[in-house]
Design a protein. Structure first.
Length: 276
């Protein structure tokens, strides 16, 4: 299979996954709201329309979700010279093709952790998959944490991926050095998966569907649990850490801004309210 066919197949999958995640989250939201909340969709293009764009879907101020964003994009172009050395295969001419899906869900109930997921396929002079899943609770729940990690490990093991390596990557990546603390309870993070496109693409698909199942299980378990103002304030403070990481350290944020992406879509991960 040639590279152009691979790109089309990958992008078709990301379009499908984007729609499925929105559908599932709307269904969850409808269980708590008499008036069904829907995602607001907004398409965008790069300044050069020929270089692609994406679709940003946002649901705000629901009964379950304070804010959840589901984005997909397909963009091409040339990286800025100062950024090329940071991207595999972009050192010589800076040309790239990139497609992906990203999700960030901030919950109304502080007992439900914030959830983050993304998968991507990037082509420069090299071609690779990357992505991950992680959770950021503000209230400790060891049983939930164990189930969360076991679910991800199961997907990795099935696809012969090194769960321990991916988990360690995540712990190292989602770390705030100025706070000397991790952002949440981790998950997995991987990049530069270049070998065996067919097997990697299978893993990417199963991880996307797995995210839907994991999210459903976590949210529905606690959707009807009561919470206090004190717990909500704790959530706001934890969100402050989320903001700090995404603005200071997040690779996706830097990649988006350096590839001419849509600023509002890039910053959709930021919560509606955060405190310090």
């Amino acid at each position: 299979m040639n590279l152009e066919n691979k790109k089309k197949i990958v992008n078709d999958w990301f379009c499908y996954l984007h729609a499925q995640i929105c559908k599932e989250f709307e269904a969850i939201e409808s269980t708590k709201s008499k008036i069904s909340k829907k995602f607001i969709n907004r398409s965008w293009s790069k300044k050069k329309v020929s270089e692609g764009g994406g679709l940003s879907s946002l649901l705000i101020d629901g009964k379950v979700f304070d804010k959840v964003g589901v984005n997909r994009s397909l963009v091409t172009g040339v990286f800025k010279k100062e950024f090329r050395s940071k991207i595999l295969g972009a050192e010589k001419n800076g040309k790239y093709w990139a497609a992906g899906v990203s999700v960030v869900a901030h919950m109304k109930n502080p007992k439900i952790p914030a959830l983050h997921f993304n998968t991507r396929f990037i082509s420069t002079t090299k071609n690779w998959f990357g992505g991950g899943i992680d959770a950021t609770p503000c209230i400790k729940d060891d049983i939930e944490k164990k189930k969360f990690h076991m679910s991800i490990k199961k997907i990795c093991d099935k696809n012969k991926k090194n769960y321990i390596k991916f988990k360690n990557n995540c712990d190292k990546y989602f770390y705030l050095p100025h706070r000397n603390e991790t952002r949440g309870i981790g998950g997995i993070f991987f990049d530069y998966e270049t070998k065996d496109w067919v097997k990697n693409f299978k893993f990417i698909r199963e991880l996307g569907l797995g995210f839907i199942d994991i999210s459903n299980n976590i949210i529905k378990k606690k959707i009807n649990k009561s919470w206090t103002i004190k717990e909500k304030e704790k959530q706001y403070l934890k969100r402050g850490r989320y903001v700090e990481f995404n603005l200071l350290h997040d690779r996706g944020t830097k990649f988006g801004l350096n590839s001419g992406g849509n600023t509002d879509s890039i910053l959709m991960s930021l919560p509606p309210i955060a405190k310090w």
